[in-house]
Design a protein around this ligand. Structure first.
Ligand SMILES: [Zn+2]
Length: 260
């Protein structure tokens, strides 16, 4: 039997307008490239609803719902109830993306923390893992996760820290997910993380339409390109691609329990 490697894009935003022209074609290209699963991530209420709708229309797509820190300032007061209602859908596999963003700082840090903690508590209540967005906020992210989510399943999406930050996340039980930035020659700290972290804690993603891998850097990203992330991960670890792809697939299954 011949098993071609099968890939998973654990973080995409196909509902964004960048895909309005060719969304279905992009999904078809992903499947043709061996990307058998795509996890569509919400960042506000409309995109969370869109993620559920995409998952309903495509057996290969699962949904994640939640409020990303750059969108909490525009969320209605009953946002948590709305996220809870969306999360009841059987194709929702996690709460996310949630976290802290001190680069854009669109809401005060205290508000970001309050909304982050509220959504972690919701994930715990619902028995769903969490997808974490953290930008320029490593210390506070670790403090909040250690306090509110230690041992709760989750993933550091678009991981971009050094080995010591990676170790701290792994110590809390969080997986690390790599994007196209892993393919950049100058990302040496990230390469070190990819080599040293245990394979059973690693995931691959595109964060489409952002963070395209080489040779597509600067262009719109799409789920088909997650294969390039997996290839780079395998090369950095000096392990066969099919082994790495199979383990990443198993990791995603373990994290997103209903995401087979
Ligand atoms: Zn994202």
């Amino acid at each position: 039997m011949n098993h071609a490697p099968v890939f998973i894009d654990t973080h995409a935003h196909l509902a964004m307008s960048q895909f309005d022209r060719d969304r279905e074609a992009a999904i078809a290209r992903a499947q043709a490239a061996g990307v058998a699963r795509i996890v569509e991530i919400g960042y506000d209420l409309p995109s969370s609803r869109a993620a559920v709708a995409l998952a309903e229309g495509h057996p290969a797509i699962y949904a994640v719902v939640g409020l990303q820190p750059n969108h909490i300032h525009e969320a209605p007061p009953d946002y948590l109830e709305q996220v809870r209602a969306l999360a009841a859908h059987p194709r929702v596999v996690a709460i996310g993306e949630i976290g802290l963003d001190y680069y854009w700082m669109r809401a005060p840090a205290a508000t970001q923390e309050e909304v982050f903690r509220a959504q972690i508590a919701l994930a715990r209540e619902l028995g769903l893992p969490v997808v974490i967005h953290s930008r320029d906020a490593q210390a506070d992210t670790l403090r909040i996760l250690a306090d509110a989510a230690r041992g709760h399943p989750g993933v550091m999406h678009a991981f971009s820290g050094d080995w010591s930050y990676a170790q701290a996340c792994l110590d809390l039980g969080f997986m690390l997910s790599f994007t196209g930035t892993l393919t950049y020659a100058k990302a040496t700290a990230l390469h070190q993380v990819a080599r040293q972290a245990p394979l059973h804690m690693l995931l691959t993603e595109t964060d489409s339409p952002y963070l395209s891998p080489n040779p597509y850097r600067g262009q719109r990203n799409e789920p088909a390109y997650v294969r390039l992330v997996a290839e780079r991960l395998a090369a950095l670890r000096d392990e066969p691609l099919d082994h790495v792809a199979a383990q990443v697939w198993a990791n995603a299954q373990r994290l997103f329990r209903s995401c087979e």
